[in-house]
Design a protein around this ligand. Sequence first.
Ligand SMILES: NC(=O)c1ccc[n+]([C@@H]2O[C@H](COP(=O)([O-])OP(=O)(O)OC[C@H]3O[C@@H](n4cnc5c(N)ncnc54)[C@H](OP(=O)(O)O)[C@@H]3O)[C@@H](O)[C@H]2O)c1
Length: 280
Amino acid sequence: MTSERDSIKTNGLTRRALLTAAAAGVAVQTIAIPTARAATRPGTVLITGSNRGIGLELARWYAEHDWRVIATARKPDRATDLQAIADAHPKVQLEQLDLLDHRMIDGLAATLADQPIDVLLNNAAILGEPNEQNFGSMNFDLLSRVMATNVTGPMKMAEAFVAQVEASEQKKIVAITSTQGSISSLRSPGLVFYNMSKAALNMGMKSNSKALEKRGITVALISPGAVDTDMMNLALERAGVRFKLLAPAQSAEMVATVIDGYGLEQTGTFLSHKGESIPW
Ligand SMILES: NC(=O)c1ccc[n+]([C@@H]2O[C@H](COP(=O)([O-])OP(=O)(O)OC[C@H]3O[C@@H](n4cnc5c(N)ncnc54)[C@H](OP(=O)(O)O)[C@@H]3O)[C@@H](O)[C@H]2O)c1
C-alpha cells in the first residue's frame, strides 16, 4: 500500500501539501531530498526525553527500523511505555539523563565514549506554565528553567557528545525546535518564554552548524508540526482553543524521514516535519 507517509519518504513533502499550497497560490520552498538518501542504513541514535510524546514515538520508529537506540529519560525506571519498546527490541538501551544536570550529561558521554552516535536527537523540552509567561505576569524563575532546559540543555549535549557524533558514519546533531521560534512568523503575544527559547536554540544550533561543518557534522533544526502531546494540549487548554493535531507517531515518522534526508549541504537550515523551509 502506498500511503501519504510513504510519499513523504521520497520527496520530503506530501503530494497533498503541494497541491493545497499550489491551489492557495502559496509558494512553498522545499528542499531537495535525494531519493537515494531516503534509505540511509540504520545507525545509532541517542534521543533525549524519549519516555513520552514525540520522543517516545521517535524511539519506537528508530527501533522498528533496526537502529540501535540510546533512549534517555529523566526517570527510566518509571518509563513503562519506553521499557515496553526496549523489551521488544534488544537494540534499545535505556539511560537516565536530565538536561538540567550537566554532570549527568558528562557522565553519560564518558560511559558512551567508545560508542559512535550517528544521530544525536535533542528532543526534550518544556513549555512552562503559559499563564506565567505573559507580559505583566512573568515568572522570571520560569524563564530561567525554560532556557536551561530548551537552550542550554541541547547546547551542552552537542558539546558533550560531539566526539561520538564525529566518530559515526552519518554525523548528525538534530534539534527539535518549533515554528514558535520563528521571529518573523510571530502573530500572538503568548508563550513568550517558550518562543524565546526556541529562537535562541535556533541561533545556537545555527552557530554550531558553522563551527562543525568543516568536521563533516550536519546540524539540523526541525519543527515537528502541531502534535497531540501533553505539551501541546497544555498550550491549547490555556489558550481555550482546539484544532486537529498530528498523532505523535505520525510526526515522529515525518521528522525521522526529514532527518534521514538532511545532509551537510542543508546544515543549519530550519525545516518543518514536511521538509519545508521555515522563515527565521
Ligand atoms: N507537541 C507539539 O505540537 C510540538 C510543536 C513544536 C515543537 N515541539 C517540540 O517537540 C519536542 C517534544 O515535545 P513533546 O510535545 O513531545 O513534549 P512532551 O510530551 O511534553 O514531552 C517532553 C519530554 O521532554 C522531557 N524533559 C523535560 N524536561 C527535561 C529535562 N530537564 N531533562 C530531560 N528530559 C526532559 C520530558 O520528560 P519527563 O516525562 O520526565 O517530564 C518528556 O520526555 C520538544 O522539543 C517541543 O518543544 C512540540
